[in-house]
Design a binder for this molecule. Structure first.
Ligand SMILES: Cc1ncc(COP(=O)(O)O)c(C=O)c1O
Length: 356
């Protein structure tokens, strides 16, 4: 299980090269980057409206064409949105279609509520291409939900907004909802527009964690038709009640300074991708990597045959460099997860080379 592996090493390692988002900002950096956004007049330390502060919902809505505050639920990270949306859109014995490998909460909530999961496998031999036809073919009579994450964790594969919307339209007459987890969408300087177009069977998720470097704020969001947002707001009365008021305050300030935050991310992504690509090419006898097309991860195959957990434990204990093993994080033995959007990358890869 991914979180267990991270629990052991994430805060003890010297070089974090397993993170999927951009290297996080410090509080001082965020204060600096958001210095001319006046403190939002929100921060009473009481409960907040359970859908999130209206100002923040409006700010999030303004990032999506045609969205309004009533389409937005502010969540405690995208992970809470995954939990709420899955519980609202799926019943026991119904089926979820999901890509494999995938970030575990994309399908574990479905399993926990007694639904079945049908995986559409991505293969490095095909460049991890996501084929919408295979997704439609995997949808059966009992399928109620398709869960996609684009750009995709861990492969960096992606689909265009047009392809996603065609898929959503194709599944609408069959009573199937599509959740598109877009938490990595803005990581690259050139990125796809959101799939959001207000379709009644589409839910889109976003977050401050990956593209904005603010995972500690624990702020994500869910965009959906207004009636589903009302149901989600009611559901959340039993989960978190509301996201933290200070987190929402800082989220609003961060989003108002988002061009500066994204410029920082795009610099780190461009630098990191160039370094990682050159390094992997130098070590192509040991790793075989598919070039990513978005997100913050590369998912190379380890060609030595060593179990990836053993490899990662050996590396972190000897050098302090943390990579994530495919076996633990995705039930995908043979692959490693490498996060490249960090200034620690070059030094970390130098250390890693000592272990090869
Ligand atoms: C695909 C995907 N969705 C959601 C999340 C959760 O993000 P958040 O920090 O916003 O809860 C992650 C975190 O790794 C992720 O990889």
């Amino acid at each position: 299980m991914q979180e267990e592996f991270f629990e052991r090493y994430e805060f003890a390692c010297r070089y974090m090269l397993a993170g999927s988002g951009v290297a996080p900002l410090s509080y001082a950096e965020l204060s600096e980057l958001a210095s001319d956004t006046p403190p939002a007049p929100l921060a009473a330390l009481g409960y907040t409206p359970s859908a999130g502060y209206l100002e923040l919902r409006e700010e999030i809505a303004s990032m999506y064409v045609g969205a309004a505050a009533e389409n937005v639920l502010v969540t405690v990270g995208a992970i809470e949105a995954l939990m709420i949306a899955t519980n609202l859109l799926l019943n026991p014995d119904e089926k979820l279609v999901c890509l494999w490998p995938s970030y575990q909460p994309l399908y574990e909530h479905a399993k926990a509520l007694g639904a079945r999961v049908r995986f559409v496998e991505l293969d490095d031999v095909d460049g991890f291409a996501i084929d919408p036809t295979r997704i439609v073919d995997a949808v059966g009579n009992s399928t109620r939900l398709v869960m996609l994450n684009v750009p995709h964790n861990p492969t960096g594969a992606t689909l265009s907004a047009a392809e996603l919307r065609r898929l959503v339209d194709a599944l609408a007459p069959r009573g199937v909802h599509v959740i598109v987890d877009e938490v990595f969408r803005e990581m690259w300087p050139r990125h796809e527009q959101s799939a959001w177009n207000g379709a009644p069977n589409l839910v889109v998720l976003g977050s401050l964690s990956k593209c904005y470097g603010l995972p500690g704020l624990r702020i994500g969001w869910m965009l959906a038709p207004p009636d589903l947002i009302v149901e989600a707001r009611r559901f959340r009365k039993y989960t978190s009640l509301n996201p933290g008021s200070l987190d929402q305050e800082w989220a609003l300030r961060a989003l108002r300074a988002r061009e500066r935050l994204l410029a920082r991310t795009h610099r780190m992504v461009s630098d990191g991708l160039a370094i990682a690509t050159a390094w992997l090419a130098e070590h192509e006898d040991i790793f075989r990597a598919v070039p990513p097309r978005g997100g913050g991860l590369i998912f190379p195959r380890l060609l030595t045959g060593e179990p990836t957990r053993d490899f990662c434990v050996r590396v972190v204990e000897r050098t302090g460099v943390l990579l994530a093993p495919g076996s633990e994080c995705y039930a995908a033995e043979g692959f490693l997860r490498l996060g490249y959007a960090t200034p620690e990358l070059a030094d970390g890869l130098d250390r890693l080379a000592e272990c090869l």
